[in-house]
Design a protein around this ligand. Structure first.
Ligand code: HEM
Length: 433
C-alpha cells in the first residue's frame, strides 16, 4: 500500500512476466509484459475492467467504461467521434485560448502551487469541453466531489466501513451540495443541445445530436444518462492531465538540453503571437516531451483492475474465476529490455527523424492511455491540452521546483498528489541561457 510501484518492481524482478499474490480475501495476478497486456486486451470479455462503486458516486448509470460487448462498442463509437479530427480542430482552438488565458495570469514569483495551476486549467478545459465553455464551476467543487468518491471507496473497504459510509458525514454533505451545483449546469447544457441555434461545440451537444441522428444505433433513455456520461468523462480524466503538467517542472529542470530545445520550438512556432489551435502539428518536440513525461510518470499507475469473470488462461497459465488482473504501467514503461536508455528522460526517442528513432518499443509496452478495445477516447484532447501548455509556458517562463525530490503520488491506481507542489516561476528574459 505504501509503495505499490516498488512492490510490483520486486515481483517482476523475482518472478518474471506474470506473478500471483494474495491479500486476505482476494487473489491477484500482476502482468508485466507487452505480450500479456496484448492478450489481456484481446480477452476483454473474460477480463472486463472493474471500476469501484461507492454510495456517493455522482454517476449512477453504468457509463462507457463500465460497459461490455456491443453496448460498449456502440456508445464508444459516439464518444470517440466527439474527439475525431474534425471536432478536435474546434476543441484545439478553444484549448489554445484557455491555455493562453491561464498562462497569461501566471506571474514570475516564488512558491507558486503548480498543482493548483494545473488543476484549475485542466478542470476548466475539461468541464468546458464536455458541457460548454460558458458552463463554469470552481475547481474546488470538482475536488470536493473527487475526494468524496475516493473517501467513499476507502470507507467501504474498511471493516464495518459500509455502515459508516451510510452516515451523513460532513464530506458527504459537501459532496451532495457540489453535485447539485454541477447538475444545474449539466442539465442546462443538455437542454440547449437541442436548440438548433446553439453551435454545439461541446461534447454533450454532440452526444445528444449524434444519438438523435440515428447514425450510431444508440439512444440515451433520458437526460440523466447523458448527464452521467458527461460527468464520467470529466471525472475519469481531469486529474490525469494534471500529472504531466506537474512533473514537467521537475524533468525540464533536470534536463536543461530538453528545456532549451522546447523553448526554441516554442519561440519558432509561436513568436510573439497568441497560441492557436492550428499550432498543434507544428509543436512536434512538445509532443515528444509529453510522450516521454507520460512514459516515465504514467498518470495511471495501473490499468483498472480486471477480475476474471470465468476460469480463463493468460500467458499459458490457468487463472481461476475471480482472480483480479493488475497491470502496473511503470514497470512496462521502464523495462530496460523494451526501451533504450530506459531510465533517461529522452523525448528524442519519439521523433522519427532523430538518431534515436521513434521509440522502437514492443507494441503494447507503452500504454499510458491503455490499448484497444479500452483505449482512452480523450487522448487527443489531453495531448493537445498538455502540449499547448508546455509550449505556452516554455515561451515565457522557466519553472523550477522548490524541493528537488520528485513528488510521489498517493495511491496505486488514482493519480493524485497530496498537498500543494511549490515551484519558482521566472521570466525567461531574466534567465541566463
Ligand atoms: C493524460 C490524460 C489521460 C490519461 C493518461 C488517460 C488514461 C486512460 C486510461 C489508462 C484509460 C483506460 C483504463 C483501463 O482500461 O484500465 C482511459 C479510459 C478512458 N478515458 Fe482517458 N486518460 C486521459 C484523459 C482523458 C480525457 C481528457 C478524456 C475525455 C475528456 C478521457 C476519456 C476516457 C474514456 C471515455 C475512457 C474509457 C474508454 C473505454 O472504456 O472504452 N481520458 N483513460
Amino acid at each position: 500500500m505504501t509503495d505499490p510501484t516498488g512492490f510490483f518492481e520486486k515481483l517482476h524482478r523475482e518472478y518474471g512476466d506474470i506473478a500471483a499474490y494474495e491479500v486476505p480475501g482476494t487473489r491477484y495476478c500482476a502482468i508485466f509484459s507487452s505480450e500479456l497486456l496484448g492478450e489481456l486486451m484481446e480477452k476483454d470479455s473474460a477480463f472486463p475492467p472493474s471500476y469501484p462503486r461507492s454510495r456517493y458516486d455522482v454517476v449512477k448509470s453504468p457509463g462507457l467504461a463500465r460497459m461490455r460487448g456491443d453496448d460498449h462498442h456502440r456508445l464508444g463509437e459516439i464518444i470517440a467521434s466527439a474527439f475525431a479530427p474534425d471536432r478536435m480542430r474546434v476543441h484545439a482552438d478553444i484549448l489554445a485560448e484557455q491555455v493562453e488565458e491561464h498562462c497569461g495570469r501566471l506571474q514570475a514569483e516564488e512558491g507558486v502551487d503548480i498543482r493548483y495551476f494545473s488543476e484549475c486549467l485542466a478542470w476548466e478545459a475539461t468541464f468546458g469541453a464536455v458541457f460548454g465553455r460558458d458552463m463554469r464551476a470552481a475547481p474546488e467543487v470538482a475536488r470536493t466531489l473527487a475526494s468524496a468518491v475516493k473517501l467513499g471507496y476507502l470507507l467501504s473497504a474498511l471493516p464495518g466501513g459500509a455502515r459508516l459510509a451510510r452516515l451523513p458525514l460532513p464530506y458527504m454533505l459537501r459532496a451532495l451540495r457540489a453535485s447539485k451545483e454541477l447538475d444545474e449546469l449539466a442539465y442546462r447544457a443538455i437542454e440547449r443541445a437541442r436548440d438548433p441555434e446553439h453551435p454545439g461545440h461541446d461534447v454533450v451537444s454532440h452526444l445528444v445530436r449524434a444519438a438523435a441522428s440515428g447514425r450510431f444505433n444508440w439512444r440515451f433513455e433520458n437526460d440523466t444518462r447523458v448527464r452521467d456520461e458527461g460527468f464520467s468523462l470529466v471525472f475519469i480524466s481531469y486529474e490525469t492531465q494534471i500529472i504531466p503538467l506537474v512533473y514537467s517542472a521537475y524533468y525540464l529542470t533536470r534536463n536543461p538540453a530538453v528545456r532549451e530545445r522546447l523553448e526554441r520550438e516554442a519561440d519558432e512556432v509561436l513568436g510573439d503571437r497568441p497560441l492557436e489551435g492550428a499550432d498543434f502539428p507544428k509543436l512536434r518536440y512538445a509532443q515528444a516531451v509529453f510522450n516521454e513525461l507520460i512514459r516515465v510518470q504514467s498518470p495511471a499507475q495501473t490499468l483498472v483492475p480486471r477480475p476474471a469473470v470465468e476460469d480463463s488462461v493468460l500467458g499459458g497459465y490457468f487463472i481461476p474465476r475471480g482472480t483480479v488482473i493488475q497491470t502496473p504501467l511503470p514497470v512496462l514503461h521502464l523495462r530496460a529490455d523494451y526501451w533504450e536508455r530506459a531510465g533517461e528522460f529522452l523525448p528524442e526517442r519519439w521523433l522519427r527523424d532523430s538518431p534515436e528513432g521513434a521509440s522502437g518499443c514492443p507494441v503494447h509496452a507503452f500504454a499510458p492511455f491503455s490499448r484497444a478495445p479500452r483505449a482512452c477516447l480523450g487522448a487527443p484532447f489531453a495531448t493537445a491540452l498538455v502540449v499547448f501548455t508546455l509550449a505556452a509556458l516554455a515561451r515565457r517562463f522557466r519553472i523550477e521546483p522548490v524541493a528537488q525530490e520528485i513528488p510521489r503520488r498517493m495511491s496505486a491506481d488514482v493519480a493524485f498528489f497530496d498537498g500543494p507542489i511549490r515551484v519558482t516561476v521566472r521570466e525567461r528574459a531574466t534567465t541566463p541561457a
